[in-house]
Design a protein around this ligand. Structure first.
Ligand SMILES: Cc1cc2nc3c(=O)[nH]c(=O)nc-3n(C[C@H](O)[C@H](O)[C@H](O)COP(=O)(O)O)c2cc1C
Ligand code: SF4
Length: 543
């Protein structure tokens, strides 16, 4: 007799089928999630770690051979990639975990490198396959203007050698839509401030790389919606589209808290139009209409339960995007439009309390969701089992981008607020997070595989992939293989660009990786700002 609890980890030794008694049971394996039905479940691989995600009834028994083959593990342990020096060892590690992502054994330097190839398609040109991802700043003034720290970060992005700068950082289209009280915002100084920021980046690119040819710089436009903190870091001033049964409780949003009205939404749409015009006037090549990470654009996509023009049907849930695009096209016809999308989500996670100790949150487990099925508060999730992705609507969304003439998309997943392990896989959690619920490489692979699937369906859409930083020293090997094999057009760097901004140019020039600068996913760049400190990589940036 073997008892399991939600959150337990098991090892499945050479076992294909394990039988339980009257158990409806879900578990996550190292190759994805398996749905388990009454009376038994199927293990999709062998010799892998698996975690119980939820059990319908108390787990009662495993029979025969299965009982013997099952080992309960108290805490999973993960290989520290910083300790591996050899790419062959890393490839074996991927194989052992049955993680199917491409990884080259040798890097090609110079013009022949797949990562040095330009991307060209109609109006879009950029000179290599590295992008710097947007990273929100916590170092602007209270009025939303950049400071010297902001300029420094943008200059470092310019020195990276990446030829696609996806947004620099999220800029709020209005004061009330700021995610933190030091975030940049569109205000009366924005035209000149953004012009100077962009100029600083471009000048540094010229100085460090020698040419600004084929450099493409965009600005990410956002409204923080549910996560707005425009005035004080610890005072949430949410702007919500619908009542969320898990997040409202978590954020302390009362049942009678007002929803944004359709009229207020139209005003926000106009703010996006104005902001795009400002970006255009400041010299940006494109704007990103942000649809990721739990912010307002993303929340529209899951507004199934909202009444009125902006909720319910897919058409209504994408009305915001269509209206923003129409106004931007009218205001600045030659401005390119891109979208950053959380292409799938999962249930919000929390630290498992029985396994938490003071100062050390337990591993992440999903919030209870059984009573919420079919689940109507997510985008890109299976409504019958929302810890699993379902790309049906994301595919529809990318078709819509094509209809709107949008040729470039940046694919991400989840949210840093409620499932950071999915959005930015890490070995060490941020202060408000949880220990990794599973081998973090699984979530890197899941984002890469999602991007690959969507790229195959939309070969003409230019894709930027996310969540590569956890690969650490092996990022260039995986990036090169992913681009070479057409999994993605361009590899986006988030945290790695804070810790080691010149990685792209080092790789393209065939310089050895500077191991001391490689991001080890300590998460201080998230924890520190949440404690009121300025943005940055605390362990590795000497500043
Ligand atoms: C400090 C920090 C700030 C971020 N701010 C933004 C942002 O403003 N907009 C955005 O789309 N993503 C933001 N992200 C997410 C990153 O762009 C990226 O998707 C994520 O870190 C995963 O990529 P990585 O594994 O390369 O770090 C932020 C990430 C970090 C660490
Ligand atoms: S603080 Fe630095 S090392 Fe830590 S996750 Fe952020 S970028 Fe990486």
């Amino acid at each position: 007799m073997q008892k399991l609890r939600v959150g337990d980890w098991i090892l499945t030794h050479n076992l294909e089928t394990m039988l339980g008694n009257n158990v409806e049971y879900h578990y996550r394996s190292s190759t994805g999630e398996a749905l388990v039905v009454d009376g038994g479940f199927l293990v999709s691989g062998v010799n892998q770690q698996a975690q119980v995600v939820w059990a319908e009834r108390t787990f009662s028994a495993l029979s025969g051979q299965a009982t013997a083959a099952l080992t309960t593990m108290s805490e999973p342990s993960y290989l520290h990639l910083g300790g591996i020096r050899n790419v062959e060892v890393f490839r074996r590690h991927l194989q052992d975990l049955q993680i199917a992502i491409p990884c080259d054994v040798e890097l090609i330097a110079g013009e022949a490198s797949p990562l040095a190839q330009p991307v060209r398609s109609d109006a879009i040109h950029f000179g290599n396959r590295f992008a710097i991802q947007p990273m929100e700043g916590w170092d602007g003034t209270a009025y939303g203007r950049p400071t010297e720290l902001t300029f420094r970060r943008w200059r470092r992005f310019g020195a990276s050698g990446a030829k696609l700068i996806w947004g620099g950082e999220a800029v709020a289209v209005s004061h009330d839509g700021r995610a933190n009280p030091n975030q940049l915002a569109i205000n009366k100084h924005a035209r000149i401030d953004l012009y100077k920021l962009r100029e600083a980046l471009v000048a540094e690119h010229q100085r460090s790389i020698g040419s600004v040819a084929n450099l493409m710089v965009g600005l990410q436009l956002t409204h923080s919606g549910r996560y707005s903190h425009p005035n004080f870091k610890d005072r949430l001033e949410p702007r919500i589209l619908y009542r969320h049964p898990i997040l409202d409780k978590r954020l302390g949003i009362p049942d009678d808290y007002p929803l944004l009205s359709d009229g207020e939404i139209r005003k926000i749409v106009e703010n996006f139009h104005t902001a795009a015009q400002v970006a255009y006037d400041s010299g940006f090549d494109f704007v990103d209409i942000k649809h990721c990470h739990g912010y307002l654009g993303h929340e529209f996509l899951s507004a199934h339960t909202r009444a009125g023009d902006y909720g319910g049907s897919f058409e209504n849930r994408t009305r915001f995007l269509r209206e923003v695009v129409a106004g931007v096209r009218a205001a600045a016809p030659s401005l390119i439009i891109g979208v950053r999308l959380s292409a799938f989500d999962t249930i919000p996670f929390k630290p498992d309390s029985p396994r938490s100790a003071s100062g050390k949150p337990g591993p992440g487990v999903p919030e209870a969701f059984r009573a919420l099925l079919p689940y109507r508060w997510g985008f890109g999730v299976d409504v019958a089992n929302p810890v699993q992705a379902d790309l049906t609507e994301p595919v529809q969304f990318l078709s819509l981008l094509g209809e709107l003439g949008i040729q470039i998309v940046n694919l991400s997943a989840g949210s840093p607020y409620y499932n950071p392990h999915l959005q930015r896989p890490a070995l060490y959690p941020p202060s408000d997070g949880y220990q990794p619920p599973e081998e973090p490489l699984l979530r890197v692979a899941q984002q890469m595989q999602m991007t690959h699937t969507l790229k195959q369906k939309f070969p003409h859409l230019i894709t930027v992939g996310s969540a590569y930083t956890y690969l650490q020293d092996f990022l260039p090997y995986v990036a090169q293989a992913a681009v070479r094999e057409g999994w993605v057009d361009c590899v986006g760097l988030g945290r790695m660009a804070l810790a080691y901004p010149t990685l792209p140019i080092d790789v393209i020039r065939g310089q050895p990786m500077q191991r001391k600068r490689v991001c080890r996913t300590f998460s201080d760049c998230t924890t520190a700002p949440r404690a009121g400190l300025p943005s940055g990589c605390y362990p590795l940036d000497e500043h």
